[in-house]
Design a protein around this ligand. Structure first.
Ligand SMILES: [Zn+2]
Length: 107
């Protein structure tokens, strides 16, 4: 489900409990939806709330490491899985549970 929300900057979206929140949905492609579906799978296997807690902790650790909020974001294990496999629309049915763990310690 895509929800239009004016407080989100243009060109960005946020996945909250499986819903995609964005200002304008016109830029949302199948690949973006697949990226967000991967996040929804990650959230489900972590029972939602723990994912957000782990996401913030990992981001803080990677912010110290990379000294760049953008690089910290791009190197989050959850984002690395989603960016790597987002373009592959056949990925989700064959995705293994906790696949994001594979990206946790890779640099
Ligand atoms: Zn993402």
């Amino acid at each position: 489900m895509i929800i239009k929300f004016p407080l989100i900057p243009d060109g960005y979206c946020v996945n909250l409990f499986g819903s995609i929140w964005t200002r304008d949905a016109s830029w949302i492609t199948d690949k973006v939806i697949n990226h967000e579906k991967i996040h929804t799978a990650q959230q489900r296997e972590l029972l939602f709330l723990p994912l957000y807690i782990l996401y913030i902790i990992e981001w803080a650790v990677k912010l110290i490491r990379y000294r760049s909020s953008r690089q910290a974001y791009l190197n989050l294990s959850f984002e690395r899985e989603a960016y790597r496999h987002g373009p592959d629309l056949t990925y989700l049915p064959r995705r293994r549970h906790y696949a994001w763990l594979k990206y946790l310690c890779k640099s």
